[in-house]
Write a protein that binds this ligand. Structure first.
Ligand code: ZN
Ligand code: FE
Length: 253
């Protein structure tokens, strides 16, 4: 199976994957052109379009791609996504027409109330819920909902490759370092990401095992985070961590 992160817009990634026969699916095509170019270069046939949430930078190219290829749009039940061929929800499974790839749908409210994540073979398409060394802003959900969503993702196998919606990793590392300055795994990840980015390469996918070692939002129970953020409960600690990130203005260097 092939997996590509296509850079789009300011700092989005559109994820394109295909089985050995060239049956492809795309996740969160915020623009159509990069997808069409990649499909043409490889001779792949687009079989499905999959959307995580309604924000324009994730759905902007979906209709154009559907019109050009006939691939059905899979989307959460949300009126803010006007066009969809198949509405999907927690527990559903998306099977690729003529292809070997399948995705399981899980609900991850928090960034938006109807945000979905898609789990494939050692793959997680998590949109703006979980980023490498960070998590999405809570535009619509509560800290309780967002933390429950992150807990669900954290329970996937450690080998799961994380396919996130944005390249935010370096800035996230700067914040994480301010919370957990003694985390050696985080320091190693930041150094590796700095090299990748200097070469113009994506910092993604990362693995869930890496995130469990580095990502403060998956480490609310870690002793260093408990010590850094005094709170009366786990959810309150998570909420404070997210608030500190919202207010963080540290240099990314
Ligand atoms: Zn978003
Ligand atoms: Fe986004």
């Amino acid at each position: 199976m092939s997996l590509l992160a296509l850079p789009a817009l300011a700092d989005n990634y559109i994820w394109l994957c295909a089985d050995a026969a060239g049956n492809a699916l795309v996740v969160d095509p915020g623009a159509a052109a990069p997808v069409q170019t990649a499909l043409a270069q490889r001779g792949w046939c687009l079989r499905a379009i999959v959307l995580t949430h309604h924000h324009a930078d994730h759905i902007g190219g979906a209709a154009q791609l559907a019109d050009a290829t006939g691939a059905p749009i899979h989307a959460p039940v949300d009126a803010r996504i006007g066009r969809a061929d198949v509405r999907v929800a927690d527990g559903d499974r998306i099977e690729l027409t003529g292809g070997a790839l399948a995705l399981d749908v899980i609900a991850v409210p928090g960034h938006t109330m109807t945000h979905l994540a898609y789990v494939g073979p050692d793959l997680l398409f998590c949109g703006d819920t979980l980023f490498s060394v960070g998590c999405g802003r809570m535009f619509e959900g509560t800290p309780t909902q967002m933390l429950a969503s992150l807990d669900r993702l954290a329970a996937l196998p450690g080998t799961t490759r994380l396919c996130c919606g944005h390249e935010y990793t370096l800035a996230n590392c700067a914040f994480a370092r301010s919370i957990e300055p003694g985390n050696a795994a985080l320091a190693a990840r930041e150094a590796a990401v700095r090299e990748l980015r200097a070469r113009g390469e994506p910092s993604l996918p990362s693995t869930l095992a890496d995130e469990l070692a580095c990502n403060p939002f998956l480490r609310v129970d870690a002793a260093a985070i408990v010590a850094a953020i005094p709170a009366t409960s786990r959810v309150e600690r998570f909420a404070q961590l997210r608030r500190r990130k919202d207010e963080f203005r540290g240099a990314s260097t």
